[in-house]
Design a protein. Structure first.
Length: 114
């Protein structure tokens, strides 16, 4: 694994873990702990060489299908990033984007669901 990717993955792991912690006062905290926690777990599995490409695709699709639903609400409210749903939408897009990076760089093989 290239050094840049290793450092970036550790950075994203720290970011996703921090986002899990930020959910303590959110009304739907368990949902977002699961979303960001799954992204953090993907980072750990990638570092261990156990990233599942199949599960990565499933998670990516979940995020990419959910984000437009929030986008409609954000557009209707007109608040974008200043609104909680706007931040949630951006969080989903970041999770999907990083999962794509991991998917693209994961080793293909029987342990990785490919």
């Amino acid at each position: 694994m290239p050094r840049f990717l290793r450092v970036a993955n550790i950075g994203m792991l720290v970011l996703f873990t921090a986002w899990v912690g930020f959910q303590y006062n959110d009304p739907d905290a368990l949902l977002w702990v699961a979303v960001y926690g799954a992204a953090a777990i993907e980072c750990v599995l990638f570092m261990l060489g156990r990233f599942s490409r199949a599960l990565g695709v499933a998670y990516m699709l979940l995020c990419l299908l959910w984000a437009p639903i929030l986008a409609v609400r954000v557009v209707l409210d007109g608040a974008f990033i200043f609104d909680e749903q706007g931040r949630e939408m951006m969080g989903l897009l970041i999770c999907a984007g990083w999962t794509f990076v991991l998917y693209h760089n994961a080793e293909r093989g029987p342990l990785n669901g490919s």
